[in-house]
Design a protein around this ligand. Structure first.
Ligand code: ATP
Ligand code: MG
Length: 147
């Protein structure tokens, strides 16, 4: 009898609470665990984890709440994050290395170097950032499994 294993695609969603630094990084840890269980190459897991962590922290630092969607395919991994919050009035400026509007509180916690979004761009194969001021921000990125 022919055996086929239909593992992919699948998706998971995770809620991220703005301002909740106690659980900072918990969503990206869960994503990392899922990808490890699926035995993706370490380099792929590392890149997705870095980008997911930066995206999660931005929701915690700047937005009210957000939903992260993990889409797993056999040959690529896609992550989308939609948040409700103040939005970003100048996306190009936000993408610039070193630009940050982080408060003193956020800086005391070790964030706010203005490197998160540019890091996401660096470690992913595709990245799209769009935002509506006073509504929220949409970020999605993709990492190829074989590049
Ligand atoms: N989800 C978001 N909602 C609103 N503003 C955001 C969001 N994500 C990023 N920003 C804005 O874009 C700026 C740059 O973000 P980026 O992640 O590159 O740096 P940072 O968060 O300030 O510092 P770092 O990521 O190095 O800790 C932020 O300071 C903030 O003004
Ligand atoms: Mg950031």
């Amino acid at each position: 009898m022919e055996q086929t294993e239909e593992r992919y695609p699948f998706h998971n969603t995770f809620r991220i609470e703005g301002g909740n630094f106690t659980h900072a990084g918990s969503v990206s840890s869960q994503v990392k665990r899922i990808l490890k269980e699926e035995r993706f190459p370490n380099s792929v897991i590392r890149r997705v984890s870095i980008a997911t962590f930066e995206a999660e922290m931005n929701v915690i630092c700047y937005a009210h709440w957000g939903i992260l969607t993990l889409l797993v395919f056999s040959d690529f991994i896609k992550v989308a994050i939609d948040d409700e919050g103040p939005g970003i009035h100048d996306v190009d400026q936000a993408m610039t290395e070193g630009f940050s509007t982080a408060s003193d509180k956020i800086r005391e916690l070790g964030f706010g170097a203005g490197m998160g979004l540019s890091n996401i761009k660096k470690v992913t194969d595709e990245m799209v950032l769009t935002s509506v001021v006073n509504q929220g921000t949409h970020l999605e990125f993709m990492v190829k499994v074989f590049s």
